[in-house]
Write a protein that binds this ligand. Structure first.
Ligand code: ADP
Length: 464
């Protein structure tokens, strides 16, 4: 990189801390699998392994108009989905921002806001006076203990949400109440987790899908499990011998038995609104990767290894108010920086200048920052790969059988090399799969939560 010996030493230390060796990755994957098994039997695990009440597999012939609502990240989306059969569909949607005030205020305010957004969308689409009540699939991407396809209790908030009056309650009933109060003619027919929805939407077009993943603000996975392996199932007879499991894998190894947690991760965790929770998610997903990177950079600054004393004057950049702000370094900046292939990292300098007011950064400093992004981003992808490999091994999916894996989320969609790096981990952890790209086929499940939720509402309608 061409830095001072001190800078190079520090970087080497950081690279080492963030690099997961093949042996260690195997250890993480093995632990992931044992937690899956324990979770299915309810034996003090970190993977909740929640049965989704979505049974069997899709035919691809499902048809009709359904609404989907997606709450769980940066935006609230309302989608009108027309399922046309043969894996085809059309969507129309609207998006609105969920402010921090709504995310942390009373649950009733949030539900009223959602009901208003749905109402507005129906008016725009000319559906507000529809003769029949539309069925809605509600993608509510937080840990929920489900008791029916449209009943469940919120276990805890994650990803920056913390509304009062919601934990221990049923998010479907709370939303249905708001809709009723506002005379919005909608039946909340299904409670859908986003990973489960992503699996379904991918499966509508690719029937060999057995895994769905979220790599966005948060991270989670769902997969199709055999009923006989769900030891804790108490829901009685089912019509199929398979059911989708919502793993809630963001909480994997919260007790930190295997996760290679660094001091930077600890800092992110400690200052988060859910300390000691979702450690795996905090090492993998969009909400946190930029923050982990920022913490490495701050530590370098404090050690005078970045923007350091220059001719006796401590550089003003070291005191960048912007960079000092909690969550100021966004994961999308990492994407731009990693994609910058120019020799003097022009784009990197631009991003830092524009977003963090870090002016005139020299090329060595830019290279250091890029290297930090690389190691944080690579670790995330390798950890995500360990989860996918764990599922494939648990389900004993042979190379001959293979599977499609539907993935939704900006991190997977936009972060350069994220997919390649997941495949690196898969190649290590699935040695039987000689050509792992052909047997574990990762693919973007665009519109995952929208179409998946509509499909779940459709399944629920068929069950009525
Ligand atoms: P959500 O998960 O909230 O439904 P997204 O899948 O769009 O929505 O994920 C948003 C997250 O992805 C944010 O945390 C953001 O930091 C991250 N993100 C957005 N754009 C990019 C990008 N270009 N590269 C990497 N991460 C991104």
């Amino acid at each position: 990189i061409g830095g001072t010996p001190e800078q190079e030493d520090y970087l080497e230390k950081v690279v080492k801390e963030f690099t997961i060796t093949p042996n260690y990755l195997e250890k993480i994957c093995a632990r992931f699998m044992s937690e899956m098994t324990k979770g299915l039997d309810n034996e003090g695990q970190t993977l909740a392994m929640i049965p989704s009440y979505v049974e069997g597999r899709l035919t691809g012939q499902e048809k009709g108009h359904f609404l989907a609502l997606d709450l769980g990240g940066t935006n609230l989306r309302v989608v009108l989905v027309t399922l046309e059969g043969d894996g085809k569909y059309k969507t129309k949607s609207s998006k609105s921002r969920v402010t921090d005030e709504l995310k942390t205020g009373p649950m009733r305010d949030l539900c009223d806001y959602i009901a208003d957004c749905v109402d507005e969308f129906l008016i725009e689409e000319g559906l507000s006076n529809a003769e029949t009540t539309l069925f809605l699939g509600y993608t509510f991407s937080f840990p929920v203990l489900q008791s029916r396809i449209n009943r469940g209790l919120l276990k805890s908030w994650t990803k920056g949400f913390n509304c009062s009056g919601a934990v221990g309650k049923d998010p479907v009933m709370l939303l249905q109440d708001s809709l009723l109060r506002k005379n919005v003619p909608i039946k909340v027919a299904a409670l859908v987790n986003d990973a489960v929805g992503t699996l379904l939407s991918n499966a509508y077009q690719k029937p060999e899908t057995s895994v769905g993943l979220i790599l966005g603000t948060g991270s989670n996975g769902g997969y199709i499990e055999k009923m006989e392996r769900i030891g804790k199932w108490k829901g009685g007879e089912t019509t199929s011998d398979e059911m989708i499991i919502n793993m809630e894998f963001g909480a994997f190894d919260n007790e930190r038995v295997v996760l290679p947690v660094t001091q930077y991760d600890n800092k992110v965790d400690r200052l988060s609104i859910n300390p000691h929770c979702q450690i795996y998610e905090k090492m993998i997903s969009g909400m946190y990767l930029g923050e982990v990177t920022r913490n490495v950079l701050l530590d370098m600054i404090d050690r005078e290894l970045l923007f350091g004393p220059d001719n006796g004057n401590y550089d003003l950049k070291a005191f960048s108010t912007e960079l000092s702000g909690h969550y100021a370094f966004e994961t999308s900046h990492m994407s731009t920086i990693e994609a910058d292939g120019s020799p003097d990292l022009t784009r990197t300098k631009e991003v830092l200048d524009l977003n963090l007011n870090l002016r005139d950064i020299n090329t060595v400093e830019s290279k250091i920052i890029k290297r930090v992004c690389e190691v944080v981003g690579t670790r995330a992808a390798h950890l995500a790969g360990a989860a996918i490999a764990g599922i494939v091994r648990h389900c004993e999916i042979s190379p001959e059988e293979g599977t499609d894996v539907g993935i939704d989320g900006s991190l997977y969609e936009f972060y350069p090399s994220f997919e390649d790096r997941i495949y690196e981990a898969l190649a290590i952890l699935l040695p039987d799969h000689k050509d792992v790209r052909k047997t574990v086929r990762l693919g973007l499940a665009k519109d995952g939560s929208g179409v998946g939720a509509a499909l779940t509402a459709c399944v629920a309608a068929q069950m009525e």
